[in-house]
Design a protein around this ligand. Sequence first.
Ligand code: SF4
Length: 345
Amino acid sequence: MTEQRAINGVAEMVATGLVPGDAADALRPVEEAFRIRMTGAMRGAVATPDDAVARQFVPSVAELTIRDEELGDPIGDDFHSPVKGLTHRYPDRVILHVTKTCEVYCRFCFRREAVGEEGTLPAPDLMAALDYVAVNPAIREVILTGGDPLVLSARRIKGLMERLSLIAHVDVVRIHTRIPVVAPEKVTAEMVAALRGARVWVVVHTNHAQEIGVAAEAALARLADAGIPLLSQSVLLRGINDSVAALEELFRKIMRLRVKPYYLHHCDLAKGTGHFRTTIAEGQALMAGLRGRVSGTLIPTYVLDIPGGFGKVPLVRDHAEPLGGGLWRITDWRGGVHEYRDPAR
Ligand code: SF4
């Protein structure tokens, strides 16, 4: 297979046939609002310009439709940020936003207004964030995210792992990344060595079996062979993976690659993403369709990140009660009650 190069922006999407030339002008405002990029691996995984891989990365004018309920910070990262670059939402864990850069820019991204800038968290801010972790013994887990933390060099990741290993109360460092799937060549021997033995769990973002090519399979094998535990997180996306068959194929495939399906996210209320969002009832029906059809080990937890920064809840009876008319009563982990309106379709 010919190696493909990364594609940035509408003009390159047109040049590679992913966007028709006469659609380019209409997409300029999308490009001005949100970064556009897909890797060579993802370009190589596209079979037709409207398939499940292409739809995740090729911009659409539908992104210009901002619904009333959509938010710039849909999961409320900024409500719980005691120091720059760090979110402390739950007592025992923090999120460390080490970079705002990604290898791809997913059209449905929940942080689409925050990601896209080049560069990593400046060293003084990173130091302040690590100091915050060090003086808070209740923090048992540090989740590296961004952006995509594995855009950092192996040398920087190694240094960060060494710093975190000095904080005795941190049991787990969780790395949320799309790179093993979208840019598997970046999972180098040096990167694996930086992660090995560092109390690391890698959580791989993947949404469709078609995006996991041979190189991604090899990258995941390198991580698994190094003894690094692998989990997945996927986003439920209308027109991409919103069928029992698509989810089954994805979860069977990643399980075979030693990746345990962990979370299926209800698509967050990020601006311009309404065309990707299913209703909660549709998501619950898909989960019910998987039950019994596949082993329980293949079934992730279907979750909603409550808008406003109230954390995740599994979309099951104890936490999500339908009130009719698309309205839901959502109960968060502290017992707080929130109304959530499923967007009208
Ligand atoms: S890789 Fe993750 S953070 Fe980056 S654009 Fe995609 S969903 Fe957003």
